[in-house]
Ligand binder design. Structure first.
Ligand code: PCA
Length: 218
């Protein structure tokens, strides 16, 4: 691999009436950092079904990244939550930031039913836990814009540069967001940021994922 190729980390703008999105705060903090010989490039994606696809294509064309990690907020999650796959389904529970609410549509007509993460998720979760950062695997990225973004990144990379690994990380609420909704779990921004840095380092260092059970019973 060419060391000059950067690591692409994406976040999202706030949505659903919220004033903040930890995914946006994290990419702002990470932008331009170096991880060894690789620079981190970032983008904040629109929470808009119709606009996000072209943005993804433009980012991949501009940066030709060595690795892609997409971040999003999932209120209710209590740990750094690594999505195992994305499905070819859009079913929006709330309108996106353009006011669109597509129901039961494909992300990509004639695309495969699903894509799986290609980052070494189990090794990453183990590394995070060993550093005292709560982390786990998730079997569903939902059916909203995050799932669409994960699906499109995976699809584009599989077609163009299959050796480039990608994954999606759902974040808990920030403490200030949780303070507005009694009982909601949260995580400090500094902890999430440390977790994302560690995730990138582990993803670069680990070639073969751990062979450890990470499944669930229904
Ligand atoms: N979370 C939403 C979209 C943007 C974000 O941060 C989701 O989980 O689909």
């Amino acid at each position: 691999m060419n060391d000059a190729r950067p690591l692409l980390v994406t976040g999202f703008e706030p949505f659903g009436g919220d004033g903040a999105n930890p995914a946006q705060d994290i990419v702002r903090a990470l932008d331009g950092e170096w991880l060894g010989k690789r620079r981190i490039v970032t983008a904040t994606l629109p929470v808009a079904f119709a606009r996000v696809g072209p943005v993804i294509d433009a980012l991949l064309a501009e940066h030709d990244p060595a690795l892609v990690l997409a971040l999003g907020l999932a209120a209710g999650r209590s740990e750094l939550s690594f999505e195992r796959g994305a499905i070819n389904l859009v079913d929006a529970r709330i309108a996106d930031n353009d006011g669109a609410q597509p129901i039961d549509e494909a992300v990509l007509a004639h695309g495969p039913p699903a894509h799986f993460a290609t980052l070494p998720l189990k090794a990453i979760v183990a590394a995070l836990r060993a550093h005292g950062i709560p982390a786990g695997l998730s079997l569903s990225a939902g059916s909203y814009v995050c799932n669409q973004v994960f699906y499109l990144f995976a699809q584009r990379l599989a077609q163009r540069t299959p050796a480039v690994r990608c994954g999606f990380l759902h974040l808990p609420c920030l403490p200030a967001q949780a303070a507005q909704h009694a009982g909601q779990p949260s995580m400090a921004l500094a902890t999430m940021l440390e977790g994302v840095r560690l995730t990138l380092a582990c993803a670069l260092a680990v070639e073969h994922d751990l062979r450890a059970s990470g499944g669930t019973l229904a």
